[in-house]
Design a protein around this ligand. Structure first.
Ligand SMILES: [Zn+2]
Length: 431
């Protein structure tokens, strides 16, 4: 998901803030700094505060103050207040709600806010900035290039104290190697895909391996069932926290120590649960989850039907946080594929290959046999689908499945949704 991107955004946030501070006084339309305007509001005595403003400094801004009684508001500009002009930061794509890949633009502000939210909410899951972390993560480029690149490696290890392990291609030997690495690195936290850590836990149990103790495990992408959670917690002897987010809307919430329900990031997301007719449902009634991110002005998503189902609990959690909670979220299920060498390939690897392709309405990748994969594609215009794309997809799939894997492209008029209303992007008939 967007974890690594968000951290990258956080890294450069300081630079941007520094630049903004330098340049904003000279521009009439410069947006007020969010921190300053919010502290003015929380001061609660606007007129009195403004009366006690300290004289402006030579650069036109009031001198900094540090007490609530001397709350400062920025000088007002003439004309209508201006919103910050959003700066496109990244394009992301997703499988979308109905299986149709969609392309979204996230602005810088959204990325920074998302990154900050991930940082703040991760503390609910006992993960703190600077603590040593392992990311058992999926990155198709990591597989295709074989490495994440020298500078990324240096940045992750030395600046973020984070070590990466590739979750997209797991064999028993690879998992054993990762377990050794974890014992050597002794991370405080493991960020991981649900299926990846579940497989690792199974290997630890099957081969009676030792595993170092960690403070917590934070899982994402995939449905964390109670059975899986209990199993992983028993093996790793720590709490497992369920992190919920999506490529479209970024971070949405995380469970806490006292409750497996997901505490919603209400500062940045507005959540609704509706029935099949779009009618709002009451507390504890499960329905379609509708998310409205409150930022990303460059391309707002309003009442976005994310494609997951769940219900809401408005009662405050015993942990003391006043956030509403999502209960029983039923999200996208991703199958795990297996190749002839016995390696497990996370289904996300295949879906990611389709994300940036144009002209695809829906797709579904089915492993029929150990060496046969069928790809069903609904295109907008079949004539526009180039042979070179097939060739490229085939080579990337063969890269993980083996050169003798048979790959069949089927251009179909429709792909049925599952009973839950979701497209199953990946189906493996190999158990
Ligand atoms: Zn709680």
């Amino acid at each position: 998901m967007t974890g690594s991107d968000s951290h990258a955004a956080a890294d450069s946030a300081e630079h941007r803030r520094a630049n903004r501070t330098k340049s904003s006084p000279s521009t009439k339309t410069a947006p007020p700094a969010p921190a300053a305007s919010s502290s003015a509001t929380s001061g609660g005595s606007g007129a009195a505060s403004r009366a006690s403003l300290t004289p402006a400094t030579p650069n036109g801004l009031p001198a900094a103050t540090h007490s609530a009684s001397r709350v400062v508001t920025l000088p007002t500009t003439t004309g209508e207040p201006t919103l910050p002009r959003p700066t496109p930061a990244a394009t992301t794509t997703s499988g979308g709600t109905t299986g149709e890949p969609i392309e979204l633009i996230h602005d810088e502000d959204f990325k920074i806010r998302s990154s900050a939210a991930i940082q703040a909410f991760s503390e609910i899951g006992d993960s703190y900035a600077g603590n040593k972390k392992i990311r058992l993560w999926g990155e198709e480029n990591l597989i295709l290039r074989g490495k994440q690149g020298y500078f990324n490696n240096i940045k992750n290890i030395y600046l973020k104290n984070t070590f990466f392990q590739n979750a997209f291609r797991l064999s028993v030997a690879k998992i054993k190697k990762y377990i050794k690495e974890i014992n050597l690195i002794k991370p405080r936290v493991i960020y991981t895909y649900v299926h990846s850590i579940y497989e690792m836990a199974r290997i630890i149990k099957r081969y009676k391996l030792n595993i170092t103790s960690v403070d917590s495990i934070i899982t994402t992408a995939g449905v964390l069932t109670n059975k899986m959670r209990n199993f992983i917690e028993n093996i790793f002897k720590c709490r497992v926290f369920n992190f919920y987010g999506s490529r479209e809307t970024s971070f949405t919430g995380i469970s806490c120590k006292n409750s497996n329900k997901i505490h919603i990031n209400m500062y940045q997301k507005y959540i609704e649960i509706v029935d099949n007719n779009g009618k709002a449902l009451k507390e504890h009634n499960a329905g379609d989850l509708i998310i409205t991110p409150l930022f990303n002005y460059i391309m707002p998503l309003i009442r976005y039907k994310i494609g997951d189902k769940g219900s809401i609990d408005y009662n405050p959690c015993s942990c003391g946080r006043g956030l509403i909670r999502l209960e029983s979220v039923i999200g996208r299920t991703v199958d795990i594929f297996k190749n002839k060498r016995g390696e497990l390939i996370d289904g996300e690897y295949f879906t990611h290959l389709f994300y940036f392709l144009k002209n695809i309405k829906r797709f579904q990748i089915i492993q029929e046999k150990i060496d046969e994969i069928n790809i069903n594609i609904v295109t907008f215009d079949k004539n526009q689908f180039k042979k070179s794309i097939e060739t490229d997809l085939s080579s990337k799939i063969k890269f993980v499945m083996g050169n003798d894997c048979k790959i069949v492209f089927n251009y179909v008029s429709n792909i049925e949704q599952s009973l839950s209303g979701k497209i199953r992007y990946t189906i493996s008939k190999i158990s």
